[in-house]
Design a protein around this ligand. Structure first.
Ligand code: ZN
Length: 145
């Protein structure tokens, strides 16, 4: 049976100065899957060898894409920071919900324990009343307790 391998999507690298640059990925890490490029020069094209991909990244469309990524990187940086802030806010909201749910569960457990205690006390009181024992047992049967 042949395995259908999904090609990786190429991600350019960043140099020490924060510039987006091309860096040919290690072909052995791709494990025969090949690589696709998001630059848009050839849609759905899978580059199956390092040599083919090296030729591709020298194309004008690919070079323009890298230039555009560099031009937009300040926007990406700001967008990334905004996303990090949103994630942090969502984590805080989630934590608050989890804390509230734990508190409500704890409260319900206490309330149920208190109700059980009240029922036991009342049942005990009723059973001590003369002539009430039979009636109490009948009521408890009706309540399916
Ligand atoms: Zn490309």
């Amino acid at each position: 049976m042949d395995l259908i391998l999904t090609p990786d999507i190429y991600e350019p690298s960043m140099d020490d100065n924060g510039n987006i640059i091309d860096k040919i990925p290690s072909w052995s890490c791709l494990k025969g899957k090949g690589i696709m490029c998001a630059c848009g020069s050839r849609k759905n094209k899978v580059y199956e060898t390092s040599a083919l991909f090296t030729t591709h990244i020298k194309s004008q469309t690919h070079k323009k894409w890298i230039m555009k990524l560099n031009a937009d990187k300040v926007n990406y940086y700001m967008e990334n920071n905004r996303m990090k802030q949103i994630i942090q806010e969502l984590r805080e909201i989630l934590n608050r919900y989890e804390t509230n749910i734990a508190r409500i569960n704890h409260q319900h457990t206490i309330e149920l324990a208190n109700k059980d205690q009240v029922i036991q006390s009342l049942t005990s009181l009723l059973s001590e009343m003369p002539g009430e024992k039979m009636e109490t047992e009948r009521q408890l049967d009706l309540m399916n307790v």
